[in-house]
Ligand binder design. Structure first.
Ligand SMILES: [Zn+2]
Length: 243
């Protein structure tokens, strides 16, 4: 996996030029937090990257339960049995195989390849809620791509790991905004309207950096985020295409 460091954050990328899938190591005083877990074959590379940094992985945080974000979890739990797995309560319901919607959620089907109880055996040790503090990270509910997606902001430098709330591959886009060069996050997005609300919420946090599930890190991303929100509003407008 490609290894790119920015301050406390290391981005690990599987197939960066063909079909980029990212996961992240966040460096703490004496440990590492892994955010997302790529594909099943990525476990050894993730452990190798931790060795290169010289600290143990003690936690795995999942932004959401699509297969390209949880793939290596079981293998990692086997290699590193002490590791604690964190997941939002809402995503834990999906992981348990229950795709029913919860009251108040947009009435559209949940999409994308979800990790089922079969292929992924690990269960979360800790259920996350908005505002939970995990080392230097704070959890932020970021629904839209899936109903229970979480983003994680590093309180030391405001860098923001967004899962698939945004992608940067093919140009910065909100979940649900189609990028022909990399259409997969859009194709597996649950509700675009909720995604746009989340994008606004994440912009208000004034992130110094966006670390997406797919694509390169975006430094000082606020102008790009604003432009993507404007474009998404236009795409959803009932007058779109009529003038
Ligand atoms: Zn996804």
């Amino acid at each position: 996996m490609r290894f790119i460091r920015h301050q406390h954050l290391v981005q690990l990328t599987h197939l960066p030029y063909v079909f980029p899938v990212n996961c992240y190591l966040v460096e703490e005083q004496d440990s590492l937090t892994l955010v997302d877990a790529g594909w099943p074959i990525n476990a050894k590379d993730i452990v190798k990257a931790a060795r290169r940094i010289g600290k143990p992985i003690t936690r795995i945080l999942l932004t959401h339960t699509h297969v390209d974000h949880v793939g290596a979890v079981d293998h990692l739990k086997w290699l590193l049995p002490e590791v604690q797995l964190y997941l939002s309560e809402r995503e834990a319901k999906l992981l348990a195989g229950d795709k029913s919607l919860v009251e108040g959620e947009a009435n559209v089907p949940i999409r994308g390849g979800l990790a089922k109880p079969g292929p992924m055996k690990a269960k979360p040790d800790i259920l996350l809620k908005e505002g939970d503090i995990i080392g230097s990270l704070v959890s932020i509910a970021a629904p839209g791509h899936t109903p229970g997606q979480m983003a994680f902001m590093d309180t030391r430098n405001r860098s923001l790991i967004v899962g698939d709330a945004f992608q940067t591959r093919g140009g910065l886009a909100i979940a649900g905004q189609m990028r022909l060069l990399f259409p997969f996050p859009a194709l597996s997005t649950w509700d675009k309207r909720t995604s746009i609300e989340t994008a606004r919420k994440l912009l208000e946090l004034k992130p110094s950096l966006i670390a997406p599930g797919h694509g390169n890190l975006a430094l000082e991303p606020q102008h790009l985020m604003e432009a993507a929100i404007k474009r998404a509003d236009k795409e959803l407008s009932p007058f779109n295409g009529q003038s």
